[in-house]
Design a protein around this ligand. Structure first.
Ligand SMILES: *[C@@H]1O[C@H](CO)[C@@H](O)[C@H](O)[C@H]1NC(C)=O
Ligand SMILES: *[C@@H]1O[C@H](CO)[C@@H](O)[C@H](O)[C@H]1NC(C)=O
Length: 262
């Protein structure tokens, strides 16, 4: 190889590497911090809803499976060390009511923050609250059942995601809990946006965009009095033709993880 050739080769290698790096980056899951287009709600409407607080800021959502355990996204525990998080139950006012330390957590053993396609897979975790029983258990606070194994949500049917956020794109963080209707999107349509959608993922959202549960990682998705999803990721926030992907609770691997002890 002449000097000129190897020089050209080196420069084109660098350009290819830079291009690869930027394409990986643009595929990264969006972890923005808002729910757009939802309604104000209160904890009494969703007594199993809980919040993971970091320095009194609601950073992730969760849902109670018992008086001492909750389900959230594994991504949330990947982003925030469990020792810096507090879990708040029975109130949707950050810092109000009972909030507790996390005794221990279990992340799905196959969780992968970025599978080869840049998205989290097996995005489920359980946290054990550091108290024998949370205050208010059975009165304002209760557990949510898991959607039965292999029971999909029919296409077009609307589930409800609950979490924190702002009322609009780019606005200040909303301090009021939000509830947002999310229609089920067919897997085949969702796979056009995310070609490597896995069996652990289910998509919900609006083809026209404008309403989304952005950044409310771990927030529960409810349907027919059961938990059907955990907010996992999306490309961008409330974009048209860009559904949000939830961890599919009725998937066997997710379901059996959540029903085994932690
Ligand atoms: C939000 O409010 C609209 C308008 O009142 C209502 O039709 C919808 O059911 C509400 N959704 C949720 C999840 O509260
Ligand atoms: C990922 O998606 C692409 C495009 O649909 C497909 O060709 C490829 O086989 C998929 N890879 C895996 C591992 O599923």
């Amino acid at each position: 190889m002449s000097l000129q050739m190897s020089c050209t080769f080196l420069i084109s290698s660098i350009i290819i590497l830079l291009c690869l790096a930027s394409s990986v980056q643009s595929q990264n899951p969006s972890i923005s911090k808002r729910i757009v287009g939802g309604n104000d709600t209160g904890i009494r409407n969703y007594p199993s809803y809980c919040t993971l607080l970091y320095m009194n800021i609601p950073v992730c959502g969760c849902a109670l499976l018992s008086s001492t355990t909750a389900v959230t996204s594994a991504s949330c525990l990947f982003m925030y060390d469990q020792s810096v998080l507090r879990i708040q139950v029975g109130s949707a006012i950050p810092g109000d009511g009972g909030n507790y330390a996390i005794r221990r957590s279990c992340v799905h053993p196959q969780f992968n923050f970025q599978n080869p396609f840049g998205f989290p897979d097996y995005d489920a975790a359980k946290v054990v609250i550091d108290v024998w029983q949370v205050t208010g258990w059975g009165s304002v606070i209760s557990a949510i059942a898991l959607r039965s194994m292999n029971y999909d949500v029919p296409t077009g049917k609307t589930a409800i995601v609950v979490g924190f956020g702002t009322k609009g794109w780019g606005g200040p963080r909303n301090q009021v809990l939000q509830a947002l209707d999310m229609p089920r999107i067919r897997d085949i349509d969702c796979a056009k946006v995310y070609p490597n959608l896995t069996d652990r993922m289910a998509c919900f959202g609006y083809p026209e965009g404008g309403k989304d549960a952005c950044g409310a990682s771990g927030s529960p998705l409810y349907y027919e009095r059961a938990l059907v999803g955990v907010d996992s990721f999306s490309r961008g926030c409330a974009f048209p033709n860009t559904p949000r992907v939830f961890t599919r609770i009725w998937n066997e691997d997710i379901h059996s993880f959540l029903t085994s002890s932690c």
